[in-house]
Design a protein around this ligand. Sequence first.
Ligand SMILES: Cc1cc2nc3c(=O)[nH]c(=O)nc-3n(C[C@H](O)[C@H](O)[C@H](O)COP(=O)(O)OP(=O)(O)OC[C@H]3O[C@@H](n4cnc5c(N)ncnc54)[C@H](O)[C@@H]3O)c2cc1C
Length: 374
Amino acid sequence: MIYDMAVVGAGIVGLAHALAAAQRGKRVVVIDRDTQANGASIRNFGFVTVTGQQAGSCWARAMRSREVWAEIAPKAGIEVLQRGLTVLAERDEAVAVLEAFLATGMGQGCRMLTRAEAAARLPITGAVQGALHSPHELRVESRDAIPRLAAWLQAAHGVTFLYGRRVTAVTLPRLDTSAGPVEAETAVICPGDDFTGLHADRIAAQGFTRCLLHMLRVMPARPTSLPTPVMSDLGLARYLGYAELPEAAALKTRLDAEKAEARAEGVHLIAVQSADGSLVVGDSHRYDLTPPPFADARVDDLVLGELDAVLSLPGARVTERWTGTYASAPDRLAWTDHVSDAEKLVIVTSGTGASTAFAIAEETLDSLYGRKAA
Ligand SMILES: Cc1cc2nc3c(=O)[nH]c(=O)nc-3n(C[C@H](O)[C@H](O)[C@H](O)COP(=O)(O)OP(=O)(O)OC[C@H]3O[C@@H](n4cnc5c(N)ncnc54)[C@H](O)[C@@H]3O)c2cc1C
């Protein structure tokens, strides 16, 4: 059988393309070298972030992708565990960044919370001065959501999944795999941060690297509710939607002086909550084409230190630790390479894939098949 479209990679970027193609009535096959998705897409926070994304196309893609997540989650049996976002501000300079953000077009729907309002919702420490609440975000448990999304694409949209097969060459309509050829009229390659497989030459020319992140699961000692994901001052210095505001310069200077080690390790705080009450907490950012396999406990301590600075969780203990990597580029957040009219290579080159993949996939499908009628 000849498929209309082959997708290489069953991470969120590949699955988003499979969905967009299936919604156009295409017969789709998804091929992944692993027996189940095992890359960045299952290691992340499952935090579909809008507020804080870089102004312009990234923010717009995040708004659209959030809409798609909200629409498909109930159909695919994916539980939305949290909605919205609270950015807790400790420093005057952080409050100034949040107020400046609120005045931008991206501040729509967001509002400032007083310390008392924040304390009524979250177990904040005395260091927190105030907060920004955003209504836009969704949080899913990626390690469950990604397999559920794949199973739903198969059951409801007839998408074929071929796991445990590496695609070694694409010469349409033929894709060579480690378990024999597959045929498709078009192909979208979504290899995540595998830079030395398909189109290694084209990828090498871009100068991409990898970003390594440390993640932890923390179980509070007593029942604790985080109605929204939480971020803090360090995130305002990294997330481009805030960090590119002129008001962020003073905050970065202060954080560089007060939190030099955390800044050097690219640490910022995201804390999200899972169904069992535990928190997924991260993260750090180390850039290296071949990141070391040795996870430095000092980096975990920096992340936990930032958690303790804003949330009061006495007796909480770490129950799980892991690392993940994603593709990173110095000059862009995502890259679509139009290899030919029928073949596209799509790599999200930043930590935004869960937040933007659905919109990116719709753009790719437009480029392959023309704009979809509204
Ligand atoms: C720790 C961590 C936290 C993050 N937090 C967030 C977050 O909160 N919000 C957010 O929006 N983003 C977040 N991100 C980023 C996001 O997870 C990534 O941008 C996204 O998952 C990338 O998806 P992907 O499908 O491109 O890559 P992957 O999930 O890595 O999938 C790529 C797939 O391609 C397959 N593959 C590659 N080459 C071949 C081949 N030749 N043949 C067959 N299969 C192949 C691989 O096996 C793999 O399954 C985070 C990332 C990490 C690591």
